[in-house]
Design a protein around this ligand. Structure first.
Ligand code: M6R
Length: 369
């Protein structure tokens, strides 16, 4: 039931804080991840793996990309991400020391299921991150971590994406701990930040008027670009996918560093570009690099909407508009920075008078190859 909401999508975005809280619930003990539910994928099994491969489609594959950055940083294990429908056709190198993580909201996506079966046939250990209890992919895998985001009805995935990212972050911390790559204090610093997310999401969602006005102003726009870097890159891809699905306008996400290798040719006066700005506290100076990308595209007439951390004043002279997100650790930022992009897609489709819950040509779960 939609309750008082104009659409399931609006309702499901409003449920983001609860979805994240539910994914975390019962999985942190004394600030450390506790994933006894993984059964035979116990600590010994996880110490025995030497690579991780994550398979998924669509939005779930973007959550996988965020997971890769976090898992490699925390567990110091190589992580590959594949679109599930590409995975088995490229004859991946997979054996009993490989952990294949599949991600699927529905747990019924045929492409993802086939990838899991391929992995099992090669002897891999398998973990699925699913939202739907008892689903096919969950049952096919050796272990399952349910996201517990609650039912998602709208075709466009929103709260499930946030929950998938959080489940992957938990898995990354768990692997980091079990494999001795991360000290307990460092883990606790992350879990404290994870536990703050639901409240931060509530704050973020409380004020969406600016995005609504922006979407209304943009209802005739024909193309929107999204730029991001590091974990902001998958967020840019997700922002673009959601806009395509719901508004039927051309939208593309790029890694900001790739701009000068081609996409900058697309920039002409009036082109709207969303830029997901990494936190200034990010190591390796990524913030300055993205700010300089903003300068480059502004100089060519782009209209820049920055999604930036509260208090980040470096973007102010260059962005036309800044959408603020609360402060968190850099690797956790996607959980917050994706929200304005979800809301923007919802509001733009609404401004165009489209059916946001049932976009044309799409099904909630794709059960054919
Ligand atoms: O149920 P799944 O998570 O396996 O679905 C994967 C994709 O089909 C899904 O995320 C799709 O891209 C959504 N419509 C995105 O909003």
């Amino acid at each position: 039931e939609k309750g008082g909401w104009s659409s399931f999508m609006a309702k499901e975005i409003a449920e983001d804080p609860e979805a994240v809280a539910n994914t975390l619930r019962g999985r942190l003990v004394d600030g450390l991840p506790s994933l006894g539910e993984l059964g035979s994928l116990d600590d010994d099994a996880l110490r025995g793996i030497d690579r991780v491969q994550i398979v998924a489609c669509g939005t779930a594959a973007y959550s996988a990309l965020v997971g890769k950055y976090a898992m490699e940083a925390w567990a110091r294990i190589p992580v590959e991400v594949d679109l599930a429908h590409e995975y088995r056709y490229r004859d991946p190198i997979v054996d009993e020391r490989t952990l294949v993580i599949s991600i699927s909201q529905s747990g019924e996506t045929m492409d993802t299921k086939m990838a899991v079966q391929h992995a099992i046939a090669q002897g891999a250990r398998t973990l699925s991150i699913c939202n739907t209890q008892g689903s096919t992919i969950a049952r096919a895998s050796e272990a399952v971590l349910y996201t517990h985001a609650g039912p998602e009805v709208a075709v466009a995935s929103t709260k499930a994406f946030l929950a998938q990212v959080v489940a992957l972050l938990l898995t990354g911390l768990h692997l980091g701990r079990v494999r001795g790559a991360m000290a307990d204090d460092a883990i606790r610093e992350v879990t404290e930040a994870l536990e703050e997310l639901p409240e931060q999401l509530r704050t973020l969602l409380a004020d969406q008027d600016e995005i609504r006005e922006l979407a209304q102003w943009m209802s005739d726009t024909r193309s929107v670009l999204f730029l991001g870097r590091h974990v902001g890159y998958p967020v840019a891809l997700e922002g673009a996918l959601k806009l395509k699905e719901l508004s039927y306008i051309h939208a593309e996400g790029f890694a900001a560093g790739e701009l000068k290798h081609g996409p900058i040719a697309l920039i002409e006066p009036g082109q709207v570009v969303f830029v997901v700005v990494p936190s200034p506290r990010h190591q390796q100076g990524l913030h300055a690099k993205v700010v300089s990308n903003i300068q480059e595209i502004r100089a060519r007439g782009a209209r820049v909407i920055a999604v930036a951390e509260a208090g980040d004043s470096a973007v102010l002279p260059y962005a036309n508009q800044v959408l603020r997100i609360p402060l968190t650790l850099p690797l956790l930022e996607p959980v917050l920075s994706v929200v304005p992009l979800h809301v923007f897609a919802l509001e733009l489709a609404t401004a165009k008078g489209l059916d946001v819950d049932q976009p044309r040509n799409l099904a909630k779960s794709v059960t054919v190859e």
